[in-house]
Design a protein around this ligand. Structure first.
Ligand code: KIV
Ligand code: ZN
Length: 391
């Protein structure tokens, strides 16, 4: 694959769906998978088939309906998990088995109760077993960023030797900082991948709010697959947000000359669709898809945006499929925005008129949080805008 092409691996239906308030039923999962495929995602992780009958059915259904995306199913390094994942993926045109085991001392001692040798053995067995069912096998070293880097490399080497084509380095608990995460990716690239045709993937959680920054640093260091979710949903503080990653590449091509297959005009519709299915929407100030991402209330900003949107917007709302820039009238707004809004309402105001209306507007805006068009109309003296209208 072209060196600069980054593959998007969407795990909204697996890591996202397994987090509180994000359950979806089968029909919703199918509808969302169709939309995620339309968005141009390369790999859709559709579920964890051994976890429940519902997950099994969802992976099977998504495998049946998706035509272009690869479909991944998650499994532990356990024989029954792997065969169940393979069964669910049977209808997929391009199936991927994704097997994982934890490699940090804390997870091995307290959760798995396994030694390093046993984890190496589990890795070897699971990847070779998965290769009996699928050519495309991804291996993840859970809690990689809190693992001993030498042991991590040994496990990844074992997975690669057993036939894994994708080695995933998860920052499972969102602990890494961008520069150290980039160093870890470089180490794996040098010590494990070398000249082999194996992709490095990253899967970042957002516990310190660094999931997107860490993913970008990893890509700069040589990762070619990025795991993410719509609206950044996922365990605890979530996963790296798909829309933020896609727009970072698009807006900052000067620094990150990477290509993806994402049709960014589908980002906002996808975000809205997901919000309508789960129990919460996105925070208003969420980058790219939040209600305020293209809204301006401060007078200086409104003046700038009305003169040239690039003054305060680094991307257009159209480029992400969002509704047009919103000039919000409130107590921070200035005359330019007020004149523009009256003009949209059909009133071309004279400068003497605007002076007194603006005064009444600021008094009202101090009292009310939101100013509606009806409020603006009520502020107009009977003769306002008459000259312009008559002309
Ligand atoms: O966060 C994590 O480590 C995961 C793995 C299963 C990839 O979700
Ligand atoms: Zn995860």
């Amino acid at each position: 694959m072209n060196e600069n092409r980054i593959e998007f691996f969407d795990t909204t239906l697996r890591d996202g769906e397994q987090s509180p308030g994000c359950s979806m039923n089968l029909d919703e999962k199918i509808e969302l998978a169709r939309q995620i495929e339309r968005l141009g995602v390369d790999i859709i992780e559709a579920g964890f088939p051994i976890a429940s009958e519902g997950d099994f059915r969802a992976v099977k259904a998504v495998s049946q309906i998706c035509e272009t995306a690869k479909i991944a199913a998650l499994c532990r390094t356990v024989d029954g998990d792997i065969s169940r994942a393979a069964e669910a993926l049977a209808p997929a045109h391009r199936p991927r088995i994704h097997t994982f085991v934890a490699t940090s001392d804390i997870h091995m001692e307290f959760k798995l109760k396994k030694t390093r040798e046993e984890v190496l053995e589990m890795t070897r067995n699971s990847v070779s077993r998965a290769r009996n069912y699928a050519e495309d096998v991804e291996f993840s070293a859970e809690d990689a960023t809190r693992s001993d880097p030498d042991f991590l490399c040994e496990v990844l080497q074992t997975a690669a030797d057993a036939g894994a084509s994708v080695l995933n380095i998860p920052d499972t608990v969102g602990y890494a900082l961008p520069n150290e995460f980039a160093d870890l990716v470089r180490t794996v690239k040098e010590k494990v991948v070398g000249t082999r045709d194996i992709s490095i993937s990253v899967h970042c959680h957002n516990d310190l709010g660094l999931a997107v920054a860490n993913s970008l640093a990893a890509i700069d260091a040589g990762a070619t697959q990025v795991e993410c979710t719509v609206n950044g949903i996922g365990e605890r503080a979530g996963n790296a947000s798909l829309e933020e990653l896609a727009m970072a590449f698009k807006v900052r091509q000067d620094q990150m000359p990477f290509r993806s297959n994402i049709d960014t005009s589908e980002l906002f519709p996808t975000s809205q669709l997901l919000s309508s299915m789960i129990s919460f929407g996105v925070q208003p100030n969420k980058a790219i898809v939040g209600r305020n991402a293209f809204a301006h209330e401060a007078g200086i900003h409104q003046h700038g945006v009305l003169s040239n949107p690039l003054c305060y917007e680094i991307m257009t709302p159209e480029s992400v499929g969002a509704p047009k820039t919103d000039i919000v009238l409130g107590k921070h707004s200035g005359r330019h925005a007020l004149i523009a809004r009256y003009s949209e309402l059909g009133f071309e105001l004279e400068s003497e008129e605007i002076t007194s209306i603006y005064e009444a507007f600021t008094t009202l805006a101090d009292k009310k949080k939101t100013i509606y068009d009806q409020d603006l109309l009520a502020l107009l003296p009977e003769t306002a805008g008459q000259a312009a209208i008559a002309a």
